[in-house]
Design a protein around this ligand. Structure first.
Ligand code: PLP
Length: 394
């Protein structure tokens, strides 16, 4: 395998990338001397095999309509069996234009305007955005914090439903809390869905990014066969391999009836995959890709240690233990500052663009989310800047 160099500093400015080129407009932090730690992509090159796939296509120079892509489907099946112990059939895979699109198609297929759609807050902000934009009613069930990590709160939640809920969205592993849900917790989710007659949408986009000793991540289909006829699982290679610009993801649906409805939603919107993405994914879901992911996770774990240690040294700041994802969820409530005050220090003094916690919904306002998937030197620099910006708390 080509050895990845995650320490390489790659200048992404001027490439029309959201993370660096939009940060000033979004946070008032200039990319000239600022650090971008918001949008969830990585400042790393993908595996060599992915780059080669793109170069092969470019060398051929023909960019026509793609047809049925068996190696793409086989690669997904291989990856799910090899890395997640989940045996799926190629016919279960429906390809959408990324997973935000997958969420939208699921809402389209299985709910109607006015229906309640449940999320466990705080959670990935696009869920709420899509639910609201499609005229569905966002039902936020607040996660409970126990021993410093998020957990479910079934007892409280039972009394919070109004009866119009049709679908629940599970983020597994959880963004932004970094939780890897256990088999027991996933079984509880399944039982809740059965009790309340809910379709379950499980978004497993972060499934490959589990920190050493914190797994395994389990696909809910493998622990809760009792919900096979109400389950849609979303997966993608884009987060794992840093190819989010390819905008490609999958809904994996075992139940033929559900699958037909999802397919109908895709057809009604005229959605079909582009050619580059499928070849990139087929190259990524490979033994070379697997070795690259193992090296990546080891590197991210090193970043996590540097970042967590640095945050822990600032009185009043606390990062939630990051079991998975590269998105560190930092609690500023111990500073006694308002969100406006601590956010201003992070943006104006530390010159760091980090996601505002309130955008993740209920319970998020005391937090900022920091993306640590960047060369270690930048993580070290971020920690030093934060320690200086909050130096008066020492
Ligand atoms: C839970 C979750 N789902 C979906 C996405 C985005 O998926 P896509 O880029 O395929 O639309 C993200 C990106 O951060 C995410 O965290």
């Amino acid at each position: 395998m080509h050895k990845p160099d995650f320490d390489e500093i790659i200048d992404r400015t001027g490439t029309h990338c959201s993370k660096w080129d939009d940060m000033e407009a979004a946070y008032g932090v200039s990319p000239d001397d600022g650090l971008s730690m918001w949008v969830a992509d990585m400042d790393f090159r993908p595996p060599h095999a992915v780059q080669q796939a793109v170069e092969r296509i470019a060398a051929h120079g023909i960019y026509g309509y793609p047809g049925r892509h068996r190696p793409y489907l086989d690669a997904i099946c291989w990856w799910m069996a090899e890395r997640h112990g989940w045996r799926i059939d190629p016919s279960w895979i429906l390809t959408c234009a990324g997973l935000v699109n997958g969420v939208a198609m699921t809402l389209d297929a299985f709910t109607a305007p006015g229906d309640g759609v449940i999320v466990m807050s705080p959670v990935y902000h696009a869920f709420g955005r899509v639910v609201k934009a499609s005229g569905r009613d966002l039902v936020e069930l607040p996660l409970a914090e126990r021993d410093g990590i998020y957990g479910f709160d079934w007892q409280a939640w039972e009394g919070m439903l109004k009866g119009h809920e049709r679908l629940m969205i599970l983020c597994s592993p959880h963004n932004p809390g970094g939780r890897v849900w256990t088999a027991e917790e996933l079984t509880e989710v399944a039982e809740f869905c059965l009790r309340h007659d809910l379709i379950l949408l499980s978004d497993d986009i972060h499934c490959d990014l589990v920190m050493p000793g914190c797994g395994p991540h389990r696909m809910i289909a493998t622990v809760a066969p009792q919900i096979a006829d109400r389950l849609i699982t979303l997966t993608a290679a884009t987060k794992t391999f840093n190819i989010a610009g390819a905008h490609i993801g999958n809904a994996i649906i075992a139940d033929a009836g559900l699958r037909a409805r999802f397919q109908g939603a895709l057809a009604a919107r005229g959605i079909s995959p582009g050619m580059l993405g499928m070849d990139m994914v087929a190259a990524a879901y490979s033994p070379e890709g697997a070795a690259w992911v193992d090296a990546l996770v080891e590197y991210l774990d090193g970043n996590r240690c540097v970042f967590d240690e640095g945050i822990a040294a600032i009185p009043g700041l606390r990062s939630m233990p990051l079991q998975a994802t590269y998105l560190s969820w930092v609690d500023f409530s111990g500073t006694g500052m308002t969100p406006a005050e601590f956010t201003d220090r992070v943006q104006s003094s530390a010159r760091i663009a980090a996601n505002h916690g309130a955008t993740f919904g209920l319970g998020g306002d005391q937090f900022l989310r920091f993306n640590i998937a960047t060369p270690r030197a930048r993580v070290t620099q971020a920690v030093a800047r934060l320690q200086q910006a909050f130096g008066d708390l020492q």
